[in-house]
Design a binder for this molecule. Structure first.
Ligand code: G4P
Length: 526
């Protein structure tokens, strides 16, 4: 097969959702349809049970599960589908953000009872930054959910994206009778079925086809026709380019746990969702069809074996053909590396692979040379646009508790930051080190891993910081003056970028008003 054909057959995407909306269930059903697994229950949720106090063991369990399900590849209708898993727990949101840099599109799961939830909004904001195409799956139709039109309005309002229903629910909850699949013009009648594939549908010739009346009671038919007329009046026909641009989201309705509405979603997805596209780098645009390999690291999984400090770096192939055992150029370190034991991920198994193509994810065993955002090429020095960091939510100051082990602490912090466990900010004044995380769990991870893997004892004390804001200014003299004025609150991130550590919201606002020439960013890429 030519490189071009290999690229065309790949669909690499992520499933995102607020915890509990049904991401794990949907993933499992997609794998069932793809024939990658045979029975339900095979995909383990990567959730941490917050009902009981989460301790290290929970995190370890989570990590074990999530490496197995980090990438799930399977073949469906001659296509190679790669699903990238995103952690459901919001403390690991940063991981999700990074994973989204490696996908070509996403499916967003929304619970029809709860509607758009907080985490969904945050995730959508990340998709919007990259114009990632989004398909919505409104799940749990077997429950008494909210009115379908209300849900669509909420998606448009809260997620800032236009929608186009591709299927329409016939009833909901106890009165759920099926969905009308507008995309393929058929009816999928509902029977609860948790394990079998339900593929029988009633083909119809449009919404006025009398065939519909043979399968549904009169009142349901009347409501369906009325609602579909309204849908077609309110929402424009699907504009595929607008979808690919991230401006409009096709919407499907179904019930993942009942295996209902999944086939329609998958079939439409493979039709619409983009194959790997060109990627912008700092130097130039890289087309997937270029013969030379390029790729970047978006995730690192460490501690695979506690006795060895080995880790798996997940690389997304962006162009060319990745060949196991070849030498590739590590742009940041300016030297060549050979990756002799690259792995691929099929459903839940890892296997050694000889080659991979744009859209594929390869697992590279690493002993500490790779970090998130790194680029590999066949010699070209052009860098991929880095992976942005967001301002953390929680901040703690690190104190070394064992003066003899300061080197170990430094190395440990350095490597854990490379893995993206947390972010380190070093103050200009006094070299104070402050670690920022999205959630409290990461501090437990840090403390435990520093001690167990690096033999470094550290204490994390709360500090009064509200946000870390990356700063810039059109006029560099003004930036210098600001840094001088606020030197007590200026730190550098791991890349050496200047960050203003704001103590409170009100104070940040005041500083912004007093220094109108300084730009404050909540994200490291601007
Ligand atoms: P997540 O990964 O997004 O966090 O969600 P997950 O798939 O784990 O689903 C969360 C809960 O919602 C699960 O129930 C799951 O069975 C249920 N669920 C998923 N899809 C549907 C659906 O279409 N209808 C209904 N009624 N429920 C659905 P649980 O009680 O937390 O776990 P379990 O014991 O059922 O596995």
């Amino acid at each position: 097969m030519t490189l071009e054909q290999e690229i065309k057959k790949r669909r690499t995407f992520g499933i995102i959702a607020h915890p509990d909306a049904g991401k794990t269930t949907l993933t499992e059903k997609l794998l069932l349809f793809g024939g990658a697994i045979q029975t339900a229950g095979a995909v383990k949720s990567n959730k941490i049970d917050m009902g009981t106090r989460s301790d290290w063991m929970d995190i370890e369990k989570q990590r074990g599960i999530s490496v197995a399900t980090s990438v799930m590849g399977f073949e469906y209708k001659d296509l190679k589908i790669n699903i990238l898993d995103t952690p459901g727990h919001e403390d690991f949101a940063e991981d999700t953000y990074r994973t989204l840099t490696a996908v070509d599109s996403v499916i967003m799961v929304i619970d029809c009872v709860k509607g758009v939830e907080q985490q969904t909004e945050k995730l959508m904001a990340v998709c919007r930054m990259r114009n990632t195409p989004v398909i919505c799956f409104i799940n749990k139709l077997d429950r008494e959910g909210r009115d379908a039109f209300d849900l669509l309005d909420e998606i448009e309002e809260k997620l800032g994206i236009k929608v186009r229903p591709m299927s329409w629910p016939i009833g909901m909850g106890k009165s759920l009778r099926g969905v009308y699949n507008m995309y393929e013009n058929n009816l999928n009648l509902y029977e609860p079925n948790k394990t079998k594939k339900v593929t029988d549908v009633v083909e119809i010739k449009g919404i006025n086809d009398p065939e519909i009346e043979k399968h549904l009671p009169e009142s349901a038919v009347a409501t369906l026709r009325e609602e579909v007329e309204l849908v077609n009046g309110v929402y424009d026909e699907l504009d595929v380019d607008a979808y690919k641009n991230g401006d409009v989201a096709p919407v499907f309705f179904g019930s993942a746990v009942n295996n209902f509405g999944i086939r329609e979603l998958l079939d439409c997805f493979i039709d619409l969702a983009p194959a790997p596209k060109a990627r912008e780098t700092e130097e130039r645009k890289i087309e997937p069809t270029e013969s030379k390999f390029t790729g970047f690291i978006f995730k690192i999984h460490a501690n695979m074996d506690p006795k060895h400090r080995n880790r798996i770096a997940f690389a997304r192939v962006c162009s060319g053909r990745f060949l196991r055992g070849s030498n590739y150029f590590h742009v940041r370190q300016n030297k060549n590396f050979r990756f002799s034991n690259a792995t691929a991920f099929m459903a839940q198994q890892k296997e050694t692979i000889d080659e991979a193509f744009p859209g594929d994810i390869v697992g590279l065993y690493d002993t500490g040379n790779l970090k998130i955002g790194d680029t590999l090429t066949e010699g070209e020095k052009g860098l991929y646009k880095g992976i942005p960091s967001f301002s953390p939510e929680l901040f703690k100051e690190v104190t070394n508790l064992d003066a003899m082990k300061s080197k170990q602490l430094e190395k440990g912090l350095d490597q854990l930051m490379d893995e993206g466990v947390a972010q380190l900010f070093t103050y200009e004044m006094g070299s104070r080190k402050v670690v920022g995380t999205v959630g409290a769990l990461q501090f437990e991870v840090l403390q435990h891993r520093l001690l167990n893997e690096y033999n470094a004892k550290a204490r994390f004390d709360s500090v009064n910081i509200y946000k870390a804001c990356w700063i810039s200014a059109a006029d560099s003299d003004k930036l210098d003056a600001f840094v001088k004025d606020k030197y007590r609150h200026i730190a550098k991130d791991k890349e050496g970028k200047l960050v203003f550590m704001a103590e409170s919201k009100a104070w940040l606002q005041m500083v912004q008003e007093n220094f109108p020439d300084i730009d404050f960013h909540y994200i490291s890429e601007f």
